[in-house]
Design a protein around this ligand. Sequence first.
Ligand SMILES: Cc1ncc(C[n+]2csc(CCOP(=O)(O)OP(=O)(O)O)c2C)c(N)n1
Length: 348
Amino acid sequence: MADAPRAEGPRPTRTVPARAADREELAEAVEWYARMVLARRFEDEAERQFRRGRIGGYLHLYSGQEAVAAGFLSVLRDDDIFFTGYRDHAHALFRGASPGAVMAELFGKTTGLAKGKGGSMHLFDVARGFYGGYGIVGGHIPLATGAAYALRYRGTDRVCLCFLGDGAMNSGAFHEPLNMAGLWGREGLCPIVYIVENNQYAMGTSVERSSAVTDLASRFAAYAIEAERADGMDFLGVRRLAQRVVARVRESGRPYAVEMLTYRFAGHGAADLFQPYRTKEEVAQARQRDPILLLEQRLRSAGLLDDAAVRRIHDEAEREVLEAVRFAENSPAPPPEELYTDVYGGPW
Ligand SMILES: Cc1ncc(C[n+]2csc(CCOP(=O)(O)OP(=O)(O)O)c2C)c(N)n1
């Protein structure tokens, strides 16, 4: 702060607009609280449907990490784009995809976000700037980096977000594009934010056992990319960080990275039932900082949420998710001819 310390006298009036801005920010946060509640309820229901055999393939839940995607996607412009890994349902919902289309994709139906061809790990919604949903760990990092370059090459001020896991940082697919991003960034040609969702584990392997350097943010220095580490459980904190970082990348065209400390409440995938790599006490402790509860407490103490409003939001999420399941159940499965559409080759 450049201001000299003020010993006495009235508080400056310029704090008034700041407080008004805070209120506006909190009012918007109520909307994001509702979206996070919906995403959590969606994940719980997806797990139930998976266990009933309605969802084939794999299923990776995002519960616990909601504040990261919500915080960043809440500040993105409509024409910006983003990529993520396979833990992708909430990302699609936060960007405005309908729960029915996401659930139908999990069910493999034609009404799904990717016509039922992608399933849980490969959601895709180009109209909303969502370029997937990737099952190969780290496989999307080169694509996202190239896309960021393309945005600048075409003369736009659009920004690309690339969400990745802590495990993905140890893949070869991380290092090559990061080097290019560092180089392109010198010319202001790589407007990308790498958002490491450090949920402490890659499948059953903790960061301590898989990364030689556990301060993940510091590893971006190897590619001349500035980075910082922050709490990923506090929605308002993530959102403020995202506002600052996205504005800076949009302005400079230089890449930036954030390591968001978060936690996944569910197992790695739906088959990871016993989780021998962590204790129940550890999970219970992490749940005390559930991002949805933290935001709820903050909004309650600001007088923007009460019991009735919370109940309404939860009831609405319940209704929307059950409606999504009905929609998915009643949607048609793709006909065999669909095997030959959206592929590079013709029938043979
Ligand atoms: C190239 C590749 N190697 C291995 C796997 C198997 N695999 C699936 S998920 C995963 C762990 C990834 O952890 P992280 O990037 O931290 O993501 P998180 O599951 O924590 O969100 C691994 C090794 C894979 N899918 N792709």
